[in-house]
Write a new protein. Structure first.
Length: 195
């Protein structure tokens, strides 16, 4: 499952933020076109070098090799999707006490989990986690949460929005204190190390 992309409303046209965003988009477009040009060049060079060799291979063997390569690509992709699904929902946590090993625990902010957000205006609000991301460019993980309202772009009200993970809780604020939960600031790239 690809990681969700944050949505930020566009700034007002003509402002300094809009100019910065336009410059970033232009630079990104130039980099994308350069990468595409290099990729096309390498594919053409590879095809020119491989064409004489492939002309010598019998068609049945070439078709079999192509089919095996496509099947392996599909299996690797499915394994990657399964690994990402597991990494989004579970992590390896250190046990407590001397000689304790690691155990697999469910992330309290896994997609589909119910979390609470204390917004100081409307009180504690239950939210459903749609996804989360911990990009190396961010100093903390963020969660995409849904509050159950219908999105209305005209008024600027969105049903789903991004919240820093440290502002969410696995229980409401008035919930009785229980055992401490492990620090789960590991990234989605795998079963992170608990700090």
């Amino acid at each position: 499952m690809p990681e969700p992309v944050p949505f930020f409303p566009a700034p007002a046209p003509g402002g300094p933020d809009a100019d910065d965003l336009a410059a970033l988009r232009d630079a990104d477009r130039r980099r994308t076109l350069t990468r595409i040009a290099f990729a096309v060049g390498f594919v053409l060079i590879g095809a020119a070098l491989a064409a004489p060799v492939l002309a010598q291979v019998p068609p049945r063997q070439a078709a079999t090799a192509l089919l095996v390569a496509l099947a392996l690509t599909a299996v690797v992709g499915m394994c990657g999707d399964a690994r990402q699904w597991l990494a989004d929902r579970y992590e390896l946590a250190r046990g407590t006490g001397p000689g304790a090993g690691r155990r697999i625990v469910r992330r309290w902010y896994a997609p589909g989990s119910l979390v609470w957000y204390d917004d100081f205006i409307g009180g504690t609000t239950p939210l459903v986690v749609l996804g989360w991301v911990h990009d190396p460019a961010c100093h903390q993980p963020w969660a995409l949460v849904y509050d159950g309202t219908e999105p209305d772009p005209a008024t600027g009200v969105w049903g789903a929005y991004w919240v820093p993970l440290e502002e969410l809780a696995s229980h409401p604020a008035d919930y009785p204190a229980g055992p401490a939960e492990p620090d789960t600031a590991a990234g989605p790239g795998g079963f992170g190390v608990v700090a």
